[in-house]
Design a protein around this ligand. Structure first.
Ligand code: UGA
Ligand code: MN
Length: 361
């Protein structure tokens, strides 16, 4: 009866308020809803902030030459990208579970096998555009660590800032091309020191999953990443836009690998493109001496040969048994270096800021 009385009291008090104005009841409801929405908004914001702080507290592996997620705190766009992308935030937490103080093996805590994408890069006007395009492709792929390795003596804050803004879990390292190759007038072994640095990193930090060499200027359909995850030893597939044949591909006859189609065979055992194969990490680790040779034109062949023993029937054939093209060896038009900005003429303008974002060779 007590409850009933209370109910009546509320009812009567509200009816007495109602009598003073017909809109007051709905005003009160409106007030309540506003309060409720405000509470939800504040609670959500708090949850975001706590998650963000948690993420920031997880520092990645940091040997001396690794450029860590620099400029995070000073970059408002970086923060914004995470606020708007809670999924990438959670994914990033899963993936950059590296330890700042020790050099223990990285474990990636998810159910699907992790992907380690090694991307060589170097200083040039197109660099940030290439990394941005590739980075946002990789952002569609879960459980992935992006090893961006620059052919340079030190990391570039502009590159670190670009990687931060994209929000894909990454490590940024440097691995300069040896001086003797830099000086040569002949073809250079492009990206080789970078890739070997990536292999070294994986031997120290990865125990399972799959490794893929993704040059910064190529084009990738994201379904190839989901397929390569489950490679048991080595996997291969066609790459478009390679030589006069227009495609470089394993030849499949009666369901079996039966040679290679490529405009330039050059005595190679594996005439494949860098974008056309991936390797299981456990398999790689069983071959401690496997690495890429500084031999222009023979980088892929040399690396794949160094994975011996490897039987042809142990090679997984992806992309619908090599009947589909999911990667392309695209090449970007070279741009001339930007001319210097006239700082007197354009002082106190936005151009001073933009000028700092240009990569000059
Ligand atoms: C082709 C192959 O796809 C490359 O994997 C191979 O390294 C290269 O040939 C070669 O043997 O020279 P290509 O398109 O001709 O590639 O070369 P780039 O795209 O200019 O370079 C390949 C990768 O190495 C890129 O990711 C690029 O950023 C990097 N690179 C290039 C460097 O790290 N340093 C350089 O001086 C040039
Ligand atoms: Mn290229």
């Amino acid at each position: 009866m007590k409850g009933g009385g209370a109910y009546i009291n509320i009812g009567s008090s509200s009816s007495s308020i109602n009598s003073s104005g017909s809109g007051s009841g709905s005003k009160m409801t409106l007030g309540k809803s506003v309060k409720m929405y405000l509470t939800i908004f504040i609670a959500t914001t708090c949850i975001y902030m706590v998650l963000y702080q948690y993420h920031m507290s997880r520092e990645p592996f940091s040997p001396s030459e690794v450029g860590k997620h620099q400029e995070k705190s000073s970059s408002s766009s970086y923060i914004a990208s995470y606020l708007w992308s809670p999924i990438s935030l959670l994914m990033a937490n899963n993936l950059t579970s590296n330890n700042a103080t020790t050099t223990t093996t990285t474990t990636v805590a998810t159910t699907t096998p992790p992907l380690y994408i090694i991307t060589p890069t170097y200083r040039r006007p197109e660099q940030l555009a290439e990394l941005t395009r590739l980075g946002y492709t990789l952002k569609h792929v879960a459980n992935l660590l992006w090893l961006v390795i620059e052919d340079a003596n030190k990391t570039n804050p502009l590159v670190a800032h670009t990687l931060d803004r994209i929000g894909v879990p990454y490590e940024y390292m440097v691995a300069p091309m040896p001086e003797k190759y830099k000086q040569t007038k002949k073809a250079k072994p492009r990206g080789v020191s970078n890739r070997n640095r990536g292999l070294e990193y994986l031997r120290q930090h990865a125990t399972e999953g799959v490794l893929y060499f993704a040059d910064d200027d190529n084009t990738y359909d994201i379904s190839i990443f989901e397929q390569m995850r489950y490679i048991s030893k080595v996997g291969m597939w066609p790459v478009g836009l390679v030589t006069k044949t227009g495609v470089s591909s394993p030849i499949i006859r009666n369901g079996k690998l039966d040679g290679y189609y490529d405009g330039w065979i050059g005595g190679r055992k594996y005439p494949v493109d860098m974008a056309g194969f991936a390797v299981n990490i456990k398999f790689l680790r069983q071959r401690p001496h496997a690495q890429m040779p500084f031999k222009p034109g023979y980088e892929e062949d040399g690396f794949l040969r160094s994975l011996a023993p490897l039987d042809n029937n142990e090679i997984d054939l992806l992309a619908d048994e090599c009947r589909d093209i999911l990667t392309w060896h695209t090449q970007t038009k070279k741009n001339p270096p930007a001319q210097a900005l006239n700082k007197t003429r354009y002082s106190n303008t936005n151009l001073v800021h933009i000028d700092k974002l240009l990569v000059r060779p």
